[in-house]
Design a protein around this ligand. Structure first.
Ligand SMILES: Cc1cc2nc3c(=O)[nH]c(=O)nc-3n(C[C@H](O)[C@H](O)[C@H](O)COP(=O)(O)OP(=O)(O)OC[C@H]3O[C@@H](n4cnc5c(N)ncnc54)[C@H](O)[C@@H]3O)c2cc1C
Length: 410
């Protein structure tokens, strides 16, 4: 096997990104005895409220993955967003359908979704990775791939927080750097999901006239596929996610001119959900607001010579069912299995990672297909209202969406 050097070290696998997919892949590989270097662009910093970003919900499937990974999930929710990663649990879904009907359903007994602080959660995953022997370098941003003359990936070019640029080489690189992956850009792999081109905004509130209650997930289905989802994170801390098709957003912007995201949100609510608009207008909001557009995209090719893409860097659809972290954790584990096999054979060409493609197709893609079907259906107000009206159908759809698919095991 070729010997590759990473600034004086001898790494076998480079993982780009210390999020859910990257930590999952790195931990499983370290457990196989592989020397793994994980490069995370963000610097370690003291906890702050802006650690709350997209993806604050952990599905039952993600919880299972975390237990499989060996993370201590038994701790009760702290309710303190600065101190723990697990904030709240909910098992009640309160929905308002496009026709105005309101329904309340409880998830099957013992099934909960968890609200988390994402920044804290990722920090905890990186600590676990370190304790398993992964060399985690924070504040190191990958800026390019190292491709040889034949297009084989030999590692990455990275820049540390001091502005020093260096090359980091290894036989295998796993890209787990999420939706804004530098690899997707460099290799031109991103393919927008034309049918589901949506924008998403995340807003956090301190005070609200009618805040979501603890243990309850609020879901508003507004006209033309727009959705608003809200939940209680901690006392005096509420998260709302607002999603709208790009076509619909374009229609609003044409009508209203350029508006800051929060103003656009208020304007749309004033028309589509007038009962709640006043409460949001007068609410005390945290200054940070996150905007994503377009949310969904596919990736043209996820295995390459010496390179695999995992998590969002391998494609993402929509946050509707709160399962992006689950897909990321699962695909990281599957990538690690395939890379482990490649090392046993000492073979790192694209074909060596076929196992990853097969297992991802068998384990992750059926859940994505279910979500795609649901998203397509949710674009029809008539269908939504029918689901909203017939309780057994509504509960069956809910059960189907949250059903935990087993992992592929040896
Ligand atoms: C609006 C919105 C709401 C969502 N809500 C949920 C939800 O409630 N529940 C859920 O499960 N999912 C949700 N998702 C999806 C979820 O956020 C993603 O699917 C998940 O974060 C993917 O994990 P990942 O590890 O692939 O990528 P990420 O979580 O994006 O992690 C990537 C990591 O790579 C690092 N990185 C990036 N670029 C570089 C670089 N060049 N060099 C080094 N490091 C780099 C980043 O700092 C980050 O730590 C939501 C998505 C959106 C858009």
């Amino acid at each position: 096997m070729d010997q590759f050097k990473t600034r004086g070290d001898n790494a076998e696998v480079i993982v780009i990104g210390g999020g859910a997919a990257g930590c999952s892949a790195a931990i499983y590989l370290a457990r196989q005895g592989r020397r793994v270097v994980l490069l995370e662009g963000r610097e370690d910093r003291p906890p702050q409220l802006s650690d709350l970003h997209s993806g604050e919900v952990l599905s039952p499937g993600s919880q299972l993955e975390l237990r499989r990974l060996g993370l201590d999930t038994s701790q009760p929710a702290t309710g303190d967003p600065l101190r723990g990663w697990k904030l709240q649990e909910w098992d009640v879904v309160r929905q308002r359908w496009p026709g105005g009907r309101e329904t309340v359903d409880r998830l099957p007994k013992g099934v909960f979704f968890w609200q988390i602080n994402r920044g804290h959660f990722y920090k905890t995953l990186r600590q676990l990775a370190r304790s398993e022997g992964v060399e985690v370098r924070e504040g190191v941003r990958v800026i390019n791939l190292l491709l040889d003359r034949d297009g084989v990936c030999r590692g990455v070019v990275a820049r540390d927080s001091g502005g020093v640029t260096y090359e980091c080489t290894a036989p295998v690189t796993i890209d787990a750097s999420g939706r804004n992956s530098v690899v997707l850009a460099r290799l031109g792999l991103r393919r927008p999901e034309e049918k589901f081109r949506r924008a998403a905004y995340l807003l956090f509130f301190r005070e609200l006239a009618h805040p979501p209650e603890p243990g309850v997930w609020q879901q508003y289905w507004l006209p033309r596929g727009t959705t608003l989802r809200g939940s209680f994170l901690a006392p005096a801390l509420y998260r709302f996610s607002f999603e709208i098709s790009l076509a619909e957003r374009g229609r609003w912007l044409e009508k209203s001119g350029r508006l800051p995201a929060h103003e656009l949100f208020l304007k749309i609510l004033a028309e589509e959900l007038p009962g709640a608009a006043k409460s949001f207008r007068e609410a005390a909001r945290l200054p940070h607001l996150l905007a994503f557009a377009p949310v969904g995209f596919q990736v043209a090719q996820i295995t390459h010579d010496g390179l695999l893409m995992t998590g969002d860097a391998a494609g993402y659809l929509d946050p509707s069912t709160g399962q992006g972290l689950e897909f990321a954790l699962r695909s990281g584990r599957l990538a690690a299995r395939s890379v482990g096999e490649a090392f046993t054979r000492n073979e790192f060409k694209r074909a060596a990672f076929d196992r990853y493609l097969r297992e991802r197709e068998a384990e992750v893609q059926p859940i994505v297909r279910r979500l795609r079907l649901f998203l397509g259906a949710s674009q029809s107000e008539r269908l939504l209202n029918t689901i909203g009206t017939i309780a057994p159908v509504r509960r069956a759809v809910l059960r189907e969406l949250i059903k935990t698919r087993p992992a592929i095991v040896d």
